[in-house]
Write a protein that binds this ligand. Sequence first.
Ligand code: TXA
Ligand code: MG
Length: 341
Amino acid sequence: MKTQKLAAHEVEAAAAMLRRGGLLGIPTETVYGLGANGLDPQAVAAIFQAKGRPQDNPLILHIPSADWLERFCQDIPPAAWTLAERFWPGPLTMILTRKPLVPDVVTAGLDTVGMRCPAHPLCRAVIAAAGVPVAAPSGNTSGRPSPTNAADMLEDMEGKIDGILDGGPCSVGVESTIVDLTVQPPRLLRPGGVTLEELRDALGEVAVDPAVQRLMGAGEQPRAPGMKYRHYAPKAPVTVVKGDPARCAAYIAAHLGPEDGVVCFDEFAGDYPGHTVEALGPAADKAAQARNVFDALRAFDATPVPAIWAQCPDEAGLGLAVANRLNKAAGFHIIDLEGEP
Ligand code: TXA
Ligand code: MG
């Protein structure tokens, strides 16, 4: 199949592609998505094929406004309206009890569904023009880092999807925060653009799923099925070094092999002459780190580096999301220099 590249003004053509059951690369403020009509089981099944995604990993439904929630969800708790009011449109996905209308293939058979109202103006325009909820996972091949611009998505999906709408680079850069509102207290399943602190400010107590911060054991099931897979991983193995940035930079310089690559804060980018270095952004700018993290990981796949070392921010604010993506890319292979003499 030939993948049609659509420019920002071609919203109607993009919406038509969705309506007739096609697969559309769609920009959002978080990452690019691989969208299809969420009410068309055949179109949704094609998403799984194009990504090579395991069948047991459910998809998020994207809607243009909170008043679509009641079409697809039931027993909606007051917390959902509180969060919608504060954070929608924006990088937040809520897990809610679904209505039978939502196809099984979307939810992988679960009785819950992830609902998100994205902020990207083009994305909203396409969904509204299509008039259907859009099922969309991140637009990468399963297991690879998520795409944060149209070129990255085409690298994975050229020839496998009908079209892609170019909405420029994503402003957030990591996927949406996922919060499960079907349990008490609400539970953070994936950290993202809306921070844990912001959720707690809105809701009070919010639990954190263990899959956010560590590798799941053999018998354990994370509540977001996608969190159990190795993810975001470049081809070379990644080691995360956490703690004071200057100490971590020195540790990496002392331990890296002659051909190894480095992901580091901008301040340390000059510390590794002769190595492939991807700068993550300034140490104090977690929003920049979120925008850059997937691109940095992806860049190494075009190089022969045998191993990658990565600096990592602390977990306050957006740091939790950036650290989670780096830790997952590393399979939670982490060297913790915090508290060491
Ligand atoms: O920012 C985002 O959320 C992007 C853009 C395109 O909107 N989408 C995205 O989708 O990241 P995906 O499929 O790559 O990640 C969705 C995650 C997976 O880990 C999946 O297991 C989880 O959400 N998920 C989806 N539905 C769920 C449900 N009903 N219960 C628990 N977890 C769910
Ligand atoms: Mg994904």
